[in-house]
Design a protein around this ligand. Structure first.
Ligand SMILES: NC(=O)C1=CN([C@@H]2O[C@H](COP(=O)(O)OP(=O)(O)OC[C@H]3O[C@@H](n4cnc5c(N)ncnc54)[C@H](OP(=O)(O)O)[C@@H]3O)[C@@H](O)[C@H]2O)C=CC1
Ligand SMILES: O=C(O)C1=N[C@H](C(=O)O)C[C@H](O)C1
Length: 251
């Protein structure tokens, strides 16, 4: 299939490599310096555009692609709080198509299933309180990570005693520390640590006086994210509307 790339950074490069390996053609690459290429024939010829940019650019890029009726797969995080409702309206009834996931790796899809199951079990065990920690590289612009927010939303949906997530302890890229995980019982604190070149670690801990249960997903590199994004593009070619990983990975 024909793929356009929007954003040619760490993820854009890795997706290009995996798309080639799977026999796809990259017909257009748009980065910050050539936005005019959205109006090119090459861009319009793409079956799907794969977008990995940043929290502030992502939504505008979707609109530019939609103008040419090009379907979008995007992993950019940090834009949902401002534009979730807009995207839901645009993709309603399949008028436009966006496959978005806070994390494209199959490992995280499995981890999310375990997370939902564990949260349900914990309704019967009030002695455990839950906290979350995400660790990422120092270049990351958003906190908490998109994956941490998805995991927290899943806990809130399944664990009756939690009603909202909040930012907990923060360790910034410059070493500055602030915040705390000591929050009121109905809140779920997410700690964010920025360290070196860490691709992404997410840990959920249930702690009691007697013991702790911790589940962790630790990405060794970005291959899992990139492969998932290309699989999502293959899926999106033949589907419409607002899509996500639960459409792609069924178990
Ligand atoms: N869902 C998932 O599985 C994953 C999601 N992500 C998310 O994807 C996003 C990108 O990650 P990553 O590739 O590591 O980041 P990078 O910073 O390495 O790459 C982003 C690229 O997008 C470019 N860019 C910035 N603004 C625009 C624009 N308006 N139009 C086109 N290109 C633009 C940047 O250019 P310049 O550097 O010049 O600004 C850069 O080349 C982040 O939001 C990250 O959180 C990352 C990994 C997995
Ligand atoms: O910025 C990153 O690098 C990543 N971002 C995504 C997120 O915010 O969850 C996915 C992955 O953890 C890597």
């Amino acid at each position: 299939m024909k793929i356009a790339l929007i954003g040619y950074g760490k993820m854009g490069h890795m997706i290009e490599e995996i798309a080639w390996q799977r026999g796809h053609e990259i017909v257009c690459i748009i980065d910050v310096n050539n936005p005019e290429d959205f109006d090119s024939e090459a861009f319009s010829s793409a079956d799907v555009a794969i977008e990995f940019t940043n929290p502030t650019a992502a939504y505008g890029n979707y609109l530019k692609a939609f103008k040419h009726h090009v379907k979008v797969v995007s992993g950019s995080t940090g834009w949902m709080k401002d534009h979730k409702a807009d995207v839901e309206a645009l993709t309603k009834d399949g008028q436009q198509t966006l496959f978005w996931a806070s994390n494209f790796s199959i490992g995280v899809a499995i981890f999310e299933a375990v997370n939902r199951y564990l949260a349900k079990i914990m309704n019967g065990f009030p002695q455990y309180d839950v906290t979350m920690e995400e660790v990422h590289h120092v270049h990351k612009l958003d906190a908490p990570s998109g994956t941490a927010i998805t995991l927290a939303e899943e806990i809130i949906e399944n664990l009756d005693r939690k009603t909202e997530w909040v930012k907990g302890f923060q360790h910034h890229a410059d070493g500055k520390e602030e915040g705390t995980n000591a929050v009121s019982p109905e809140k779920l604190p997410i700690a964010s640590i920025r360290r070196d070149e860490v691709p992404g670690i997410h840990s959920i801990q249930y702690n009691s006086d007697a013991d702790a249960i911790t589940i962790t997903h630790d990405a060794h590199n970005r291959k899992g994210f990139a492969l998932g994004a290309v699989l999502a593009a293959e899926y999106t070619k033949d589907h419409t509307g607002l899509l996500t990983t639960s459409d792609l990975f069924k178990f």
